[in-house]
Design a protein around this ligand. Structure first.
Ligand SMILES: *Cc1c(COP(=O)(O)O)cnc(C)c1O
Length: 224
């Protein structure tokens, strides 16, 4: 496992895919370190990564404490309402806003405006978190009075499937929804960002125009 080599390969694939999709910017790569040790997270930092993602509070705090202070910390997993106060002010980007009760708690506990992605269940799979595509507008509308929440974009997880054209369709649906919300010019929901693409599908996400891809296994590996 050599994180630097992995990152070079990933960057090459991202460039190729972005060119293919004629996208204007390359996505930021978030190293998802939830399966790996602090040492491996530091390898990613040394390779030049500055965005880090964790989906549990314990792992999040552990990596945040260990990494240099300019590491940008993304919380990418679902967060229980009663745990919000433990972690919300350490989070730079929260990727899993999907219910009003959680938004209320974040708004109450945050000491600043938190950059949030609304998580969308584009495929409609029962096992997936997130609001449905048809609920996005209403959900975002309901966030307008929460001064500590800034909706900076939409996030999704694609289903596990080999069918790349299906995944591409889902990513394009999310992108269209992002464009639609962005065009509303809401000051609390600029919605310029798109968080989508993981180890198996980041190339598709880059082609469609993701601004953040979240990569664990193919970048830093999986130790468990
Ligand atoms: C684990 C995880 C990832 C990274 O998964 P890999 O397939 O290992 O790249 C990305 N996003 C979320 C929300 C995750 O939980």
């Amino acid at each position: 496992m050599n994180v630097k080599n992995n990152l070079e390969q990933i960057n090459t694939q991202i460039e190729t895919s972005s060119e293919k999709g004629h996208t204007s910017t390359l996505p930021n790569v978030i190293a998802v370190t939830k399966y790996v040790t602090i040492d491996r997270a530091n390898d990613a930092y040394d390779a030049g990564i500055r965005h880090f993602g964790e989906n549990r509070i314990e792992g999040f705090q552990e990596k945040k404490d260990a990494l240099p202070s300019d590491a940008i910390m993304h919380f990418i997993g679902s967060l229980q309402t009663r745990k919000v106060k433990e972690v919300i002010n350490d989070i730079d980007y929260f990727h899993a806003l999907d219910r009003l009760k959680l938004a209320k708690e974040i708004n109450k506990r945050a000491d600043h405006q938190v950059k949030c992605f609304v998580q969308v269940n584009v495929s409609g799979e029962a096992s997936k978190q997130g609001v449905s595509l048809s609920e996005v507008n209403g959900f975002i509308e309901a966030l307008k009075d929460f001064e500590n929440i800034e909706v900076i974009g939409l996030m999704t997880m694609a289903p596990l499937t080999e069918d790349e054209s299906y995944i591409k369709d889902l990513f394009q649906l999310l992108k269209s929804k992002r464009d639609e919300i962005k065009a509303l010019n809401l000051n609390y929901a600029p919605c310029t960002e798109l968080s989508m693409g993981m180890s198996n599908d980041f190339h598709i996400a880059a082609e469609v125009g993701a601004t953040f891809v979240r990569i664990g296994t193919k970048l830093v590996g999986k130790e468990e």
